[in-house]
Structure formats: C-alpha cells, structure tokens
Design a protein around this ligand. Sequence first.
Ligand code: DC
Length: 230
Amino acid sequence: MKITIAIDGHSSTGKSTVAKQLADHLGYIYVDSGAMYRGVTLYALKHDLISEHHFDKKQLIDSLPKIRLEFIKENEKDRAEIHLNGINVEKEIRTMNVSEFVSPIATLPEVRRKLVMLQHEIGKEKGVVMDGRDIGTVVFPDAELKIFMTAKPETRASRRFNELSRRGDEITYKEVFDNVKERDHIDSTRKDSPLKKAEDAIEVDNSEMNLEDQFHIILQLAKDRIAGRV
Ligand code: DC
C-alpha cells in the first residue's frame, strides 16, 4: 500500500533533505511545495510586483493565470526540478532575494488556493512525500504519516548560512538568522493556513540529531504506517 507522507516545520529544519531520502528509499515522488511559493515569488520579482518598497497584490493576483509551474525531469534518473513558464528555475528560487519576499507572497489566499490545487493534483495517487508548512493541516489532512520538524533558530540559521556560503552567495550569518526568524514569524501568524503542528503529527526536533539518525527514525515511522502497524 502506498501512503501520503506530509513533512511540515519551520524554515531550514532539513525537511527537504529527509523528504528526498524517504522518497528515494520508498520509490515515492518527492514534492517541494516551498519551491512553488518561491516560483511565484520569482515571477513577482521579475515583473517588479514586489520590492522593499511596494507589493502590488492586485497585479500579482491578476497575473496568477499566467504563472505556470511544473516539476520536470531532465533525465529519467534525475530528480524533477521546478520550471516557471517553461524555464528551469530550481537554482534561482533558492537565492536570499527570493527568501526575503516569499513569506509575504505566501500569505495571499489566492496564491495558496492555486498552489494547493496543484499539490492535490500531484499527490492524488498517493506514494508522495511532500514538504512545506501546511501539508498535514490543509493540503493532505488525511495523510497517513505527518512529521513536524523543528530545531533551534541558531542551528537552522547556521545550517542555511553554510549551505548558501558553499554555493558562493555573499551573505552574513546575521542576515540569514534574521531571515529565518522573520519567516518563522510571518509563516506562523498569517491568517490563511498558518504553520502549526497538526494534532496527529509527530514532532522531531533535530537540533542535536545527525542526518542519518533522523532518516532512520522517520523511515521506521513510515514503514510502520505502510505496514499498517500504527
Ligand atoms: O520550504 P521553503 O523555505 O522553501 O519555503 C519558502 C516559503 O514558502 C516559506 O517561508 C513559507 C512558504 N510556504 C508555505 O507558505 N506553505 C508551504 N506549504 C510551503 C512553503
């Protein structure tokens, strides 16, 4: 039996790392729902709909039908990467510039409605591991396994800082830390689908956990659910 696995949590908790490991191990599809919100944000930045000084919500909402997001594999063995209107933007959506504006954009109910529809479509056959903020609460409230990941903000910021520095982004730890805190705040306090732990989610605090231990703990939970043991 294939199940649906929802992985939610704060930003930079390593949701996507564990979600990819699980999907590879189980032969499931991995879906990065944050990439979709980032894709809409990139569109808004490219069309000058948002900046530090303005946010043209109406224009963005009117443009939604023109925003086409798809996950496409270049080769059979590759992981699917996000395309915005036919162009691979997998790398471009990870920059700090996109991170700075994605949370305000993700507060818009019209944006959420469009992306949740897409998420339902991709996940309708089950056999999917999806990570995000509202997957276990809103997108797939009936998911058989829900994980809520968290870690200390300092730990999350230094992980993200190392990742961005390795990629060559010129950025300070403080900028990353402030962004992590700011996104936590906006994501958790927005009106539509705020980040919160689903009642039946299992919380995993990985501040002191290595990747391997974390993977094995969560994989065991998934195997138990697949076998119908719990
Ligand atoms: O997972 P991420 O950091 O790439 O997500 C980027 C932003 O997108 C996050 O700060 C909030 C938003 N998001 C959301 O509101 N709902 C989701 N299911 C996934 C992401």
